[in-house]
Each structure stands twice: as C-alpha cells, then as structure tokens.
Design a protein around this ligand. Structure first.
Ligand code: SAH
Length: 307
C-alpha cells in the first residue's frame, strides 16, 4: 500500500498549542504518530554531515493510507482545520505528497534530530551523528519506528526529568506502556538495573527490545511483556512509570499501586492539565501520597508514593 504524506504548515501565536490541536486531528483520523517540524535548533549541536537545513516554519506531518477512505479522510482533515482556523486563530496550508510503501517506513526519519531532553539526557536518532559536548551527558540512541516515544513529547520529557530525580542506583524499574522503550533505557542509564516493560502493542514491544539492545543493555537485565498491565502481577518495584492517557491511568491505578514496593515511586504522565485533579483525587482515594506535580505545555506529570 502507498501512503500520502499530509503536511500542515501553520502559523499560530502559541505554536505548541497549534501542534497539539493539529496532531489531535490526525490521531482522530487513525494516525499512529505525527512528525512535528520546528524552526528551532541548538546552535551548539554537531548535526553531522548529512544534516538538512532546518525548516523555516512550524508544521505537523501525518501519513494517511492511500485507499478508498483517503478522499473522505482528507475532507475531514480539511474541514477540521477550517474549524480550527475559526476557533483557535490558526492559519495553515496543506500539502499532500505520495510516498511509496518501500519509502514510507524511512520517510519520516528526515524529520528526527538529536535533541537535548533534560539537562543530562539527549536522544540521538540511530541514523544521525552526534558529538557530546559535556562529560556526564547521557545519550539514548533510538529508532522509534512506529512506536510512540522519541523523547520530544512533553509527556515523555517530564517522565525523564522525574526519573532523573527519583531513580537511585540499583533500583528496579517498570514502564507500563513502554512504546519505543525510551524510559527503560533512560532508567537504566540513570542507575536502574532490573528493567521491566509492558505494552499492549506487539510492534512496540519488538521495537523496544531492539532499542534496549542498541543501547548495550544486556538481555538478562530486562524483560518485556505484551499485553495490558492488569494482565500481569508485578510487585515490589522501586520506580514505575505510566505515560498513557488520563482515563487509562485512572483505570489502571489500582494495578499500578500493586506493582509498587513500599516507599516506591509511581510517575504518571500523559495527563492533560484539565484531568490532573481527577487523577490526583483517584490517587488519594487509593492511599497514594502525592510527591509532586509538574506541568509543561498543558500536560501534567504526577509523582506519588506509597508508605
Ligand atoms: N513510555 C513511552 C511510550 C508512551 S505511549 C514514553 O513515555 O514515551 C503509551 C504506550 O502505552 C503505547 O505504546 C500504548 O500501546 C501503551 N498502552 C496503552 N494502554 C496500555 C495498557 N493498558 N497496558 C500496557 N500498555 C498500554
């Protein structure tokens, strides 16, 4: 099957809000991921010789399958964009480009660059060059494929910032909804030794395994499981992350609580600000003690513990 790349170049006074609103339209249309182009770069980074010039504009790129539903989907896309223009003051241009199946899996790679996610952690796409400029920098080498988790999304970067704070050397770690495996790798590089990851998406589990190996993490140090968290009975884990959506987190909270060791830390992310209180209330109801709540671009991450 061929794919159509739909590129939405936009202007908006709050570009991150524009990115979220346009990405949401693609997700509603069934896209598994989007690519965000931003005209911002870290001038200190060495991008390697294959670097392309940075885009002069903000855009959101989604891939739609070229099948009988394409026309209907592109009409919905444009209708929803038109609504956004009136509602959120976003001006945009749409450009479509056909991508042959053999090129599709690779085509998004031109948009993914090394990026500093926290003070210490940088994510480097496996096909890019990157020279570290500071000694204690942690570099995560990643090929996310079709799995979520390049590190650039605020929900992932906040999890990494909280992992930096709460992981101690020798801790056990579980990522519920592991996607590309990025948080398992970050946890390992921050000192966690016994790593577990679970995801309902079989492809994500395969991709996570490749990424863990790519980062030289021994097979005996990690285990990956396919299925929903509540189908397993993990326990006594020091640090647990769940970067899923607020409603899924609320449903899984009793199971997440059961995974924790006494005084262990649970980091929940993927929560849109307006649902933060709902998640906090549910945590308190279950006897979890909130340690801190952080916010970035309308997304919230909550760290809590059990005494
Ligand atoms: N941990 C990564 C990926 C988060 S995306 C990061 O922080 O960037 C969320 C992932 O959770 C997806 O890969 C999705 O397939 C998975 N997921 C959703 N519901 C789940 C459930 N009930 N149990 C396990 N994984 C789930």
């Amino acid at each position: 099957m061929n794919w159509i790349e739909a590129k939405i170049i936009f202007e908006c006074s709050t570009p991150t809000l524009g990115q979220d609103l346009i990405s949401e339209i693609f997700y509603d249309l069934g896209a598994k991921g989007v690519v965000l182009e931003e005209p911002i770069a870290d001038p200190n980074c060495d991008w390697g010789e294959d670097a392309l010039p940075l885009p002069p504009h903000y855009s959101v790129i989604g891939f739609l399958p070229e099948n009988d539903l394409f026309e209907q989907r592109s009409e919905i896309l444009e209708k929803k964009l038109q609504e956004l223009k009136e509602r959120a003051d976003i001006s945009f241009q749409c450009a479509y480009r056909k991508v042959a199946e053999e090129d599709w899996a690779e085509s998004w790679k031109v948009y993914f660059w090394p990026e500093k996610i926290t003070e210490r952690i940088t994510v480097k796409p496996s096909w890019r060059e990157y020279q570290s400029i500071v000694d204690d920098e942690i570099i995560i080498e990643l090929d996310p494929g079709m799995a979520f988790g390049t590190g650039t999304h605020p929900t992932t970067s906040m999890c990494m910032a909280l992992l930096e704070k709460y992981i101690e050397k020798g801790n056990s770690f579980l990522d519920a909804g592991t996607g590309s495996g990025i948080l398992m790798i970050a946890a390992n590089k921050l000192g966690a030794t016994d790593l577990k990851g679970v995801d309902i998406d079989e492809t994500a589990v395969e991709i996570a395994e490749e990424n863990l190996i790519r980062n030289n993490i021994d097979r005996e140090k990690f285990s990956l499981f396919t299925g929903s968290l509540n189908a397993f009975s993990f326990s006594e884990i020091d640090v647990v992350t769940a970067n899923i959506l607020a409603d899924v987190i609320v449903t899984l909270l009793p199971d997440l609580k059961k995974t924790l060791a006494k005084n262990g830390t649970l980091i929940c992310s993927g929560i849109i600000s307006q649902y933060s209180q709902m998640v906090r209330d549910e945590m308190k109801k279950l006897g979890l003690e909130i340690l801190e709540v952080i916010e970035k671009e309308n997304w919230v991450s909550i760290a809590c513990t059990i005494k």
